[in-house]
Design a protein around this ligand. Sequence first.
Ligand code: CA
Length: 508
Amino acid sequence: MTSYFNPLLPISKKLLTNTTICLSLFSSISVAQKAKTAVRTPNIVIILADDIGFGDFGCYGAKRVKTPNIDNLALRGVQFSNACSPASTSTPSRYSLLTGEFAWRKNVGILPGDAGITIKPGTLTMPSMLQQQGYITGCVGKWHLGLGLGNVDFNKEVKPSPNDIGFNYSFILPATGDRVPCVYLENSRVVGLDPNDPIEVSYTHKVGNEPTGKDHPELLRMKLSEGHDKTIVNGISRIGYMSGGKSAWWKDEDLAEVITKKAVDFIKNNAKKPFFLYFATHDIHVPRVPSARFRGSSQCGVRGDVIQQFDWSVGEILSTLKSLNLEENTIVIVTSDNGPIIDDGYADGAVENLNGHLAAGILRGFKYGLYEGGTRVPFIISWPKTIKPGKSDVPFPFIDLFASFADLTHYQLQGNEAMDSQDGISTLLGKNHKPYKDYVLIQNNNGGLAVKKGDWKLIPIESKATKKDELYNLKEDISETKNMADQEKERVESLRKIMIDIKANQKK
Ligand code: CA
């Protein structure tokens, strides 16, 4: 009987379907237990940064960037030193987070800005699962998981969109800050679009008469270092061509403020219900254009400035929760979709002004790669009502958030639902201090894999990320400097077998 009576359990559809159990349950509970039923299931807020590295926050060792809001959150929650994103680039990482499925199974990599939606309506997603458990769900910020059926007409309602795969509310950048179209979509429609000035987007040929970065570099306020030479929007040239829809074009320097306000509004509008907010900031992806208040604010150039801007966004969310008296019973997670990159295609001074800042800390590698710098990311979770503050070095791949929240909210995953996500809720809540998984799998953008088991990590030649097998003992050599593959041939083969088995086995 007790398994049905959990004060954290929302009155879900599943529970309501079993009227007999409910009636007998409610007739037998004590007054004290009745009081407990008033306790609400926790709100869940995931704040997903873009391209922030393991060494980018003060609480992870950064000295030239100040992140007081994040550092304070770490003091109130659990700070992980061995958490990782599922992939070393955005799209596959986000796909895995929201579906609980490895992105390589569906060949999902970085998408063009006009790609069709990668998560098919009807798929159980983290938000649609939480919807079934009584949550109101919101998606604010960068999407980059495709929209519609591809080649979207942005003058019409865009379907499928986040609203069709589990989100009650969405306010998004369709792809990334450096890709067209440079407009916001709110609940599947472009915000502020003038129907007399229709918007046109192409990734294959020039549309309209807007100047491009390639033909008119003199018009750019931010020069290119690589790519990004198509339509100029707000003085910055992008990937892809776009024309029309000028009243809807975003201003890069306002972006953090606009989406943070939308995230705050979502919380305020849903304060009376359990809510799930997926707040995927644009910071600190390129183009890095901080607002006036953060420009020049850090000691390591524009990249540091936008990290501090990200910290401000986190602070706005936290202060909103506090002001609404929701702080105690809200799970807040701050992490990043993949590791850092310093020069990502714009000559914005990030490289020249690093000033000794180590974006990936002592880790080797960056975004795009399979070394630890590509996927080991900051990860902080806070839930004052339940989680005791502390630190954890237990491996926690955040693809496991899906199954962990399923457990927390008493959703029974079935069949291939969230097939690659494993329940790590005890670890997440700081109650378990031992590894709960046999292995951790990570991927790069092309679906190349690396596997970690115990102290060891294999980047196999099949990943195409290396010219020969690379094996590292992360306990002794976290910076991956000594390739032990030749000395540990049996271990290499046993780790290789894990990957072969996972690929062969379509079920967890
Ligand atoms: Ca990213």
